[in-house]
Ligand binder design. Sequence first.
Ligand code: TYM
Length: 332
Amino acid sequence: MRVVSGIQPTGNLHLGNYLGAIMRWAKMQDEGECLFFLADLHAITVHNDPAELTANVRGMAAALIACGIDTERSILFNQARVSAHAELAWLLNGTARIGWLNRMTQFKEKSGKNREGASVGLYVYPVLMAADVLLYQATHVPVGEDQKQHLELARDLAAKFNTDFGVDLFTLPEPLIGETAARIMSLRDGTAKMSKSDPSDMSRINLSDDSETIAQKIRKAKTDAEPLPATMAELADRPEARNLVGIFAAFAGRTADEVLADYAGSGFGAFKPALAELTVETLRPIRERYLELLAHPSEIDAILARGAERAAVLARPTLEGAYAALGLPRGG
Ligand code: TYM
């Protein structure tokens, strides 16, 4: 089992990232060989201030370590340090079809009405993602629901390359999507994904938020006036309530129905303080460790450099295999 996954280095890790992906990354370290990376090459598909990007790579690395990524056992690095990512993405561009990319909902969402003005990088973003996982022969890719379509494209790409060139080079990666927290929603709108691009900071809980801020965001989270029912099925038309119960369940390591069994009949006046306490207490040690790590940027850089060296060694055979399959001579 080889586990590979990435996250974009933005200023903040939010609860959607944590519950949808990172918490599971940390657990998977017991199950297989893991590579985790900061997707800084993906980050440049929209405009980023260069100095901020450098700082965000360090900040996100610190956040991942604070969340339990063990850099002895797992390989942690940033994409830009391992040139094989950009190289393989280019090689795969010859196999990826425009029709496949045209179907990507994330490109449609991110480019919005300004499609003509979006970067080419944003369009071919899923090809780089495919390279990220195929390079390492990933068998499992833990992600939130929003990345599922991209991973299906990675599988199609791997299969087409193997067939077109008559090789058995790429492993088809399996997306691993959690049951309880696959899609954490905004605290202000239960129909919108919790996201770093939402203009309202009240819509998300950030790893860097202090306890009072977290409690306040949960207190003010949008809900309805009804008491909680006994099963998730009864919450089908109450997206905000469903989201809060899902968050509780993910933190508590229980199913949403188990949580509802305890709170059936209670209103949010009782449920929200319990959720706030659980969230605050779980995130407190993570935030403390994160702030501690941030104070030592050169140590973080050293960890990423070492991770990149280890990753580059693992990437090399697949990259060489791709050049060879395509009939591209290499070396002196
Ligand atoms: P990114 O940086 O947007 O998100 C990182 C991880 O967090 C998950 N996630 C969520 N899960 C549940 N609810 C939410 N509201 C929520 N928001 C984000 C994402 O699904 C993701 O797992 N393109 C990727 C980064 C990437 C990658 C890869 C991932 C680059 N190459 C290769 C896997 C494999 C991205 O932008 O994730």
